[in-house]
Design a protein around this ligand. Structure first.
Ligand code: AMP
Ligand code: MG
Length: 338
């Protein structure tokens, strides 16, 4: 009992000490079509403020280059011209597209940035989707092998017309990683950066781990899990983020590259891992793969954990997260370490 009180006292003291010297800053902003949150601490309040400003500036910079919707963005220009001739890219875009292709190979095509060849036919806000014949025609352009990368030239070409790229499944995580790197370079060691469903945290928060809540996919204000985390990244992909319903069917923004239709085996996927580029790409990937293949993949990867909510609302955990009682009867087919 005394130990509990002493711990509380120490935490309180730490809190007072920190607020006496500079402090924690918190800022939200709407960038990249999503909610950005920065929370950070530095003893020097001026440096803390500069840290927040640097994060927002970096988010805006990445959005301006990697949005497929901003006509002047490098990605939009690539989409407009790469079917006609190789498009020379910046080193940054080239590397991120290479990383995307690594995830395509790792997931046997579940993660595929050319999903956008069909994806652009949907407008979730307006409830617009392609009819079956239009979808089946466009789906033939989805295949990451249709991207021809020339490392020497740093150029990208589409091997057929109709191919489009969208980095929506990886760019937010990448942006979060870039921001964390910028903060670390500034000497800021306690921070959380979030872009929509993708977060990364460094250091602790008031002497305690950060906590991340996993939302109930069908109840906006309810949580299915709360996890304490430190020095990791976490991403959630859900079927409730961008969707509309038609005749009882939910059309949402995570597309199965095989069909060009929304993936429907899961309601949400949360991935915990070392960096946000990885957790972002994997949350989208596992969503497409479904519970069995998705958990099998996660259990094969070192340092990656997952919490899944399936289409019936049932929770599934990766091997290392399985609560003791659940051990051995998890719904996922784990295939073990190769
Ligand atoms: P997230 O919320 O991280 O799962 O990202 C969802 C976003 O990823 C969507 O809005 C699309 O931009 C993109 N996306 C959808 N399906 C795929 C897919 N199969 N592979 C890669 N990116 C995808
Ligand atoms: Mg993702």
């Amino acid at each position: 009992m005394y130990t509990g009180r002493i711990t509380t006292l120490v935490a309180l003291l730490l809190l007072l000490l920190r607020s006496a010297h500079g402090g924690w800053l918190h800022q939200d902003a709407d960038i990249m079509g999503t909610r950005i949150t920065v929370e950070l601490f530095h003893e020097d309040p001026q440096l803390a403020r500069r840290g927040v400003a640097a994060v927002l500036a970096e988010m805006r910079r990445i959005d301006a280059e990697m949005s497929p919707f901003i006509a002047s963005a490098e990605l939009a220009r690539l989409n407009r011209s790469a079917a006609q001739a190789p498009f020379r890219t910046s080193e940054e875009l080239f590397r991120l597209i290479q990383r995307s292709l690594d995830f395509s190979r790792l997931t046997e095509g579940a993660f595929d940035i050319t999903f956008a060849s069909v994806g652009f036919l949907y407008d979730y806000r307006k409830g617009v989707r392609p009819d079956d014949s239009r979808r089946q025609e466009a789906v033939t352009a989805i295949d990451y092998h249709n991207l021809v990368l020339d490392e020497g030239q740093q150029s990208i070409r589409f091997s057929k017309p109709g191919v489009r790229i969208d980095l929506g499944g990886i760019a937010k995580g990448y942006a979060v990683d870039r921001c964390i790197r910028i903060l670390q370079d500034m000497g800021i060691d306690h921070a959380l950066v979030t872009a929509g469903g993708d977060s990364r945290m460094i250091g602790d928060r008031w002497g305690r781990p950060w906590t991340i809540g996993v939302r109930d996919p069908r109840k906006a204000d309810a949580l299915v899990a709360v996890i304490p985390l430190q020095d990791v990244a976490v991403s959630t992909s859900g079927d409730y983020q961008r969707y509309f319903e038609e005749d009882g069917v939910r059309y949402h923004h995570i597309i199965d590259p095989q069909t060009g239709d929304s993936a429907r085996e899961l309601r949400s996927v949360t991935i915990i891992g070392p960096d946000a580029t990885t957790t972002d790409a994997l949350s989208t990937s596992v969503f497409v793969l479904g519970p069995e293949a998705g958990l099998a993949l996660v259990d094969r990867l070192d340092g990656i954990d997952a919490i899944l909510v399936d289409r019936h609302g049932k929770l599934h955990y990766s091997r290392d997260l399985q609560p003791a009682v659940d051990h051995g009867k998890g719904a996922g087919g784990s295939e073990g370490t190769p």
